[in-house]
Design a protein. Structure first.
Lengths: 440, 318
């Protein structure tokens, strides 16, 4: 039977299996039971992947988020390590180095420039020309004299040109980094001078160091505010969500009130009315560690932190409340309650760890908004107080002379934008990594 | 519905009251008399002034009096910046300028934002979407003063390109120039809301596009544009409307910076100036006015929200 080949029927849909029967070349040995070593080879021990390493694995694949993380690390280095490397202080006024551009011309080039644009006194110019003419045996007409006089008055052939244009006309290109003339002389004498990479401001303060300190202030505020928000928001939200009922209603009405008032207005108000109190406190408690700390960071910043503590937790608390309302219906919460766990324990041990992803993401996205707000306040002049600086107040200072010293406005503005952008992108990436369901 | 509106109105009134009381108490807690300025006053003068402004009465009575007067539109007088001028008059004088800029900024931000959001959702995953995402993320990462600074550099500084300078925009606001004067402030103010609206519209649009009724519309053979604007957008707009309330607040406060940058004689700039000058009645009056305004706008937006989407029953479960 088996040897008899079936004739293929044209148009039949049945597959021709006869040829396939020969494929089986397995011998009896192949069906012997596996030895224990062979069995052991099949069991692969994989480390169990924790929540965080899983998230990290996803995050690592997200190029944008990783670049953002890199930028954040660079900015942190710039802000916290940078000032140690630069020998200038943020308040230090470098005499003789006021209003430097972030580029310079060497001393010889400056000499060339002076010669090119130097103008004789009109009277001298005329006399010089007259002497020259007499040497040739000619006499200047009064018309020629007037021309020479006019030319000398307007500053020769480079009249009406800006400094850069004259340099360009002379074929001289500027060199990067700012040096004052005195510093250039010191370099010529073999001394090593640290350049003013971003130039200096009108008081001779190094702009790069100030930018570093400004970045540091912004970062610190962002992180501190996020921390305050994290603590208050998760506490408030979880209590409101877990206990529900009347507690929830009252707590949510308070949230509604806070939510409908513009924060900026309240922060302006709080910092105005708190600053005198804080100043008073500082002067009353000279030498006290807390007062000293407050003096370093300034009354306005303290007021800003208070305002953050009072207002900014609202959105986080809402998110956590929503999560907890869902989670508290789960069986494990019922089980914990049946075992006699207190409300606090259930919140701490069971509910909050289960919405950790949301908490981390919201806290992380809080950082850029705090930085945003700080720069806003500093820009209006109610943020960081002098001599401490911030990127916002640097922009504010730069605005008055922005046509001449454009770089002073561009540098802090770009840095603050890049910082907020990096934190936003990283927060977005973190959200995708921690909660892939939210990804759109 | 009526119950819901009533509830919201009561809530709004309570909010305004709380804000006013807190503002008043905070301002009154500031140490030192508001008159303590250049020259020392004799006790006699001090007492007269205190009596004139009611500072000699206990704090709760002062507060009630202040609120009572505020209800009648009397927010006190400026003590320093425009001595003796009623705060309400100053507000009435300056708010229209701020409001005009705010409305223009909001209008372009919402319209362009929704359009760009639809575009991004329609071309999801294509280069248009990616480009818009980059632009919008950039837009929400730049504080208003940074946008304003870049505009100034582009349009008014020697660094900027010649083409842009030929528009002859001025760094200082000049209402005589008409539309030209409003371009930079409104652009700077509206960029953030525009980008935010675009992002919001995109994500809610994507939700809407995946619904069954869109499939039905497509099966009927409708064109892409018609599906987007006639079917999907109506539902996609609802989350955008909820955002309008915070948007008004943002534009109002963002106006402070924009007005400061371009020296616009608006209320925001005046408020900031009165803070640096410690002109307490002006700060108090302006804050209460602006907070009330925002609370009212939130109320209006909530009611509109309710009207637009009959599915949401906000009274349920409360």
């Amino acid at each position: 039977m088996a040897n008899r080949k079936k004739k293929p029927v044209i148009g039949s849909l049945q597959p021709d299996v006869d040829s396939m029967l020969d494929w089986n070349t397995l011998t009896n040995d192949d069906f012997a039971p596996a030895s224990s070593e062979e069995k052991a080879d099949f069991i692969q021990q994989r480390k169990s992947v924790s929540y965080w390493s899983d998230a990290w694995r996803r995050l690592r694949k997200n190029v944008v988020a990783m670049v953002a993380l890199g930028v954040i690390v660079l900015l942190i280095l710039f802000a916290f390590v940078g000032p140690m490397l630069v020998p200038y202080g943020y308040e230090q006024r470098n005499l003789g180095a006021e209003n430097l551009y972030p580029h310079h011309y060497t001393l010889e080039e400056q000499e060339q420039y002076r010669q090119a644009t130097s103008t004789l006194d009109p009277q001298e110019a005329v006399e010089q020309a007259r002497a020259e003419a007499e040497a040739k045996g000619e006499k200047l007409t009064s018309r020629e004299e007037a021309l020479i006089r006019a030319k000398a008055k307007t500053g020769g052939e480079y009249a009406g040109m800006s400094e850069e244009e004259v340099y360009a006309a002379l074929g001289i290109h500027s060199h990067p980094f700012g040096y004052s003339n005195e510093e250039l002389e010191r370099i010529a004498n073999g001394e090593k001078v640290f350049p003013h990479v971003f130039g200096t401001d009108k008081l001779g303060r190094d702009i790069m160091v100030r930018t570093m300190y400004g970045t540091r202030v912004s970062m610190t505020i962002g992180l501190a505010a996020a921390f305050i928000v994290l603590i208050i928001g998760s506490l408030y939200g979880s209590i409101s969500g877990y206990f529900g009922g009347k507690v929830d209603v009252v707590m949510q009405r308070i949230v509604d009130v806070i939510y409908s008032v513009p924060e900026v207005l309240v922060i302006l108000l709080i910092s105005t009315s708190m600053s005198p109190h804080i100043t008073q406190f500082i002067s009353d408690h000279q030498g006290n560690a807390l007062a000293e700390f407050m003096r370093t960071i300034g009354p306005n910043l303290i007021a800003m932190f208070i305002a953050f503590g009072l207002l900014y937790w609202v959105s986080l608390s809402r998110i956590i409340r929503g999560q907890i309302l869902q989670l508290k219906q789960q069986e494990y919460v019922t089980a914990a309650r049946a075992l006699g766990a207190s409300g606090g324990r259930i919140i701490r041990r069971h509910l909050l760890p289960n919405c950790i992803g949301q908490i981390v993401v919201t806290t992380c996205l809080q950082i850029p908004s705090a930085i945003f707000l700080e720069s806003f306040m500093s820009y209006l002049g109610v943020g960081v107080s002098a001599p401490l600086t911030s990127l916002g107040s640097m922009c504010r200072d730069a605005l008055s002379g922005f046509t001449t010293y454009t770089y002073r406005l561009i540098i802090p503005a770009v840095i603050i934008s890049v910082m907020i952008l990096a934190f936003n992108l990283f927060g977005d990436g973190l959200r995708d990594a921690l909660d892939p369901r939210l990804k759109k | 519905m009526a119950k819901y509106i009533l509830k919201r109105v009561v809530m709004a009134i309570i909010t305004v009251l709380i804000v006013s009381c807190v503002t008043f108490l905070l301002m009154m807690s500031v140490p030192g008399s508001p008159f303590a300025s250049e020259k020392a006053l004799t006790p006699q003068q001090q007492a007269t002034l205190d009596a004139k402004y009611g500072f000699d009465k206990p704090l709760p009575i002062q507060m009630v009096n202040y609120l009572k007067n505020a209800l009648h539109g009397d927010l006190g007088e400026s003590l320093k910046m425009q001595k003796g001028r009623p705060v309400a008059e100053i507000i009435a004088d300056m708010f229209p300028i701020s409001a005009k800029i705010g409305v223009i900024a909001l209008a372009w931000a919402v319209v362009v934002g929704i359009l760009l959001g639809c575009l991004a959702a329609y071309y999801r995953g294509k280069w248009v979407d990616s480009l818009l995402r980059v632009v919008c993320t950039l837009g929400i990462s730049m504080p208003g003063f940074v946008v304003a600074s870049f505009l100034l550099i582009l349009f008014c500084s020697p660094v900027g390109p010649e083409l842009l300078k030929s528009f002859e925009l001025t760094a200082i606001f000049n209402p005589d120039l008409g539309a030209k004067a409003y371009f930079m402030p409104c652009f700077a103010l509206g960029l953030y809301p525009m980008c935010y609206t675009a992002r919001l519209t995109r994500s809610s649009m994507l939700d809407a596009i995946n619904q069954e009724y869109i499939k039905t519309a497509r099966a009927k053979g409708l064109k892409g544009g018609k599906i987007i604007f006639k079917h999907a957008l109506r539902n996609a707009l609802i989350p955008v409307i909820t955002y309008l309330g915070p948007l008004v607040a943002f534009t109002l406060c963002g106006g402070f910076v924009v007005e400061s940058v371009f020296s616009i004689p608006g209320l925001g700039r005046y408020l900031v100036q009165s803070i640096t000058n410690r002109d307490y009645f002006v700060i108090m009056g302006t804050t209460i006015f602006l907070a009330t305004f925002v609370v009212l706008m939130n109320l209006v937006v909530d009611i509109i929200y309710k009207l637009v989407d009959p599915r949401i029953d906000l009274t349920k479960g409360e």
